[in-house]
Structure formats: C-alpha cells, structure tokens
Design a protein around this ligand. Structure first.
Ligand code: HEM
Length: 125
C-alpha cells in the first residue's frame, strides 16, 4: 500500500481558502434564494388577493421576525448575485482563473455582499 495517502479529509479541520468559502456560500445562497421564491410568491399572492389580504401581508411584514427573514433572503440574494456575476466574468474570460485573481475576486464579492446586506438592514429597519 502507498505510504503517502491523504490522511485527513475532515473538512472541519482543513483551513479553507477564501475561494472555497465563496463557493460554498454561493451554493447555500442559491438554495436560500430558491426557498425564498416560494415565501415571496405566497406573500405576493396574499397581498393581491383582496384588500384584507393586502392588510394581512402588511401586518405580517411589520414584525421583527418577518423582517429578519426578509433581511436574510435579501442578504442571500445579494451574495448570490455578486458570486454569480463573479462566475460569469470568469466564464467569459474577463477574470483570470488563477489563485491570486480567484482569491481577490472572492474577497471583493464577499465585501460587496456585506455592504449590500447592511444597506438591506437599513432599508428594512
Ligand atoms: C431566483 C433566483 C435564483 C435562484 C433560486 C438561484 C439558485 C441557484 C442554485 C441553487 C445554484 C446551484 C449552486 C451550486 O450547485 O453550487 C445556482 C448557481 C448559479 N447561479 Fe443562481 N440562482 C438565482 C439567481 C441567480 C442570478 C440573478 C445570478 C446572476 C448573477 C445567478 C448566477 C448563478 C451562477 C453563475 C451559478 C453557477 C455557479 C457555479 O458554476 O458554481 N443566479 N443558482
């Protein structure tokens, strides 16, 4: 048997590079955005059903918990769009696919998403 086999594949103990973190966040934010489409369509349907439905939807959206959920959705969407644009730029060859550019663009995407997340919080509260 080969002596130099990988011995530690426990992801929790490996120091992930920023591009790996950006990639994982992109998948998580994509799944959150997918679930969010259902929640937002349900809310839109309620608000358009009648005058009472609109008032009920408005009432739901005044609560802290509902605002917190919406803030989470907006944050996930903001990150997914930033990460998505990064992917598209890489796919079209506008960003080099090497370690330095990959790490730098991952950091830029995360920083822009954090700024957008803070702005979403300011908008909601
Ligand atoms: C309703 C809106 C959206 C939903 C539900 C959604 C959901 C998802 C999901 C679940 C994935 C798969 C992630 C993975 O397997 O790693 C994905 C990938 C992707 N999304 Fe979205 N997305 C949405 C909007 C967008 C937008 C607006 C952009 C444009 C910036 C975008 C760009 C991308 C790209 C480029 C990928 C592929 C990433 C890769 O190659 O690893 N998405 N999306």
């Amino acid at each position: 048997m080969k002596k130099q086999r990988p011995v530690n594949l426990d992801l929790r103990t490996i120091n992930q590079p920023v591009s790996a973190i950006a990639s994982i966040l992109h998948r998580i934010s994509g799944v959150i955005t997918f679930i969010a489409v259902g929640i937002l369509l349900w809310l839109l349907g309620m608000s358009l059903s009648s005058q009472e439905g609109f008032l009920q939807a408005s009432e739901i959206m005044t609560g802290f918990f509902a605002k917190f959920i919406l803030w989470g959705i907006l944050t996930a969407l903001a990150y997914h769009i930033c990460g998505g644009i990064r992917h598209v730029l890489m796919d079209f060859g506008f960003l080099e696919e090497n370690l330095v550019t990959g790490s730098a663009s991952a950091k830029v995407a995360i920083v822009i998403a954090v700024i957008l997340s803070i702005l979403a919080g300011v908008l909601l509260w």
